[in-house]
Design a protein around this ligand. Structure first.
Ligand SMILES: Nc1ncnc2c1ncn2[C@@H]1O[C@H](COP(=O)(O)OP(=O)(O)O)[C@@H](O)[C@H]1O
Ligand SMILES: [Mg+2]
Length: 249
């Protein structure tokens, strides 16, 4: 039985709960956990293989912003006994305590490069042997877990090298225009936006705004009803553009 657990980060995640797999008797492998992601069929398959493997196979997705890394983590969250944490928040929310108490099967870490060295060190051992140990107030506690670790990172410079070597590392490439167009049209169609307008939005965001972020398409498409509207909105955004705004090359 697979179900979405209670987790407390941001609205994107609570939205994800709508796709709960609760009360179903199908196995996770029959589900497309990643049905909101366009393309990447090979990566989806690798994840499915990892879920089904006897021993944990840890996966790290590395790539530029807006390349669907977090979407993959949100998909993994639909697995039962998964625990999601942000690298930036891991210590604050007590990752090690959580591991001891809840013994998650899947540990999902978005933006792992921001994780403290203390938590990276704990992870090293968890990933290699399943053992976690902690000394606090002169007392030591140990336990052994069978936990798969799935993580994302924008780059790998800030990660401990031995930690990196414990992952199967997959580097996502920046989208080419044709990928960007496909994904935008697909996403915008789901929101009831016509192909005509979606095409125009994607073209203008990419060519005029020099952005490769599909979120920019979504924002503009929500305001525009016609191609003329798209033109006007993009012109206005460019007029009030901050030079740092269009750096997503
Ligand atoms: N392959 C894709 N399929 C569907 N949506 C995508 C895809 N790539 C990017 N997006 C869109 O871009 C947004 C950013 O994706 P996200 O996973 O947060 O990127 P990252 O974590 O790599 O920065 C998503 O919310 C979605 O709207
Ligand atoms: Mg992300």
């Amino acid at each position: 039985m697979y179900q979405v657990k209670d987790m407390s980060i941001e609205s994107e995640i609570s939205a994800n709960k709508n796709t709960s797999l609760k009360n179903s008797n199908k196995s996770a492998l029959e589900y497309d956990l990643f049905d909101s992601i366009v393309g990447y069929d090979d990566i989806k398959k690798l994840f499915q293989l990892s879920f089904g493997s006897q021993r944990p196979i840890h996966i790290l997705l590395v790539g530029p912003p807006a390349s669907a890394k977090t979407l993959f983590m949100l998909g993994c969250m639909k697995l039962d006994r998964s625990y999601f944490t942000l690298g930036t928040h891991s210590t604050k929310s007590g990752m090690v305590d959580y591991l001891f108490e809840k013994r998650p099967r899947y540990l999902i870490i978005d933006e792992i490069e921001h994780m403290s060295i203390r938590d990276q060190t704990a992870l090293l051992s968890l990933m290699e042997t399943g053992i976690i140990a902690e000394t606090k107030h002169m007392k030591t506690r140990n336990t052994q877990l069978k936990t798969w670790v799935f993580a994302t990172s924008n780059q790998t410079n800030h990660m401990l090298t031995p930690l990196l070597s414990r992952f199967m590392v997959l580097h996502f490439k920046q989208y080419k225009y044709e990928n960007f167009l496909d994904i935008s049209i697909h996403m915008l169609a789901q929101e009831g936006i016509t192909k005509d307008v979606a095409n125009e939005v994607a073209a203008q965001v990419w060519q005029k705004m020099k952005s490769k972020d599909i979120r920019d398409c979504i924002k503009i498409a929500h305001l525009a009803k016609t191609k003329n509207d798209v033109n006007w909105i993009v012109e206005t955004l460019l007029k009030y553009n901050n030079p740092s705004y269009s750096t997503k090359k």
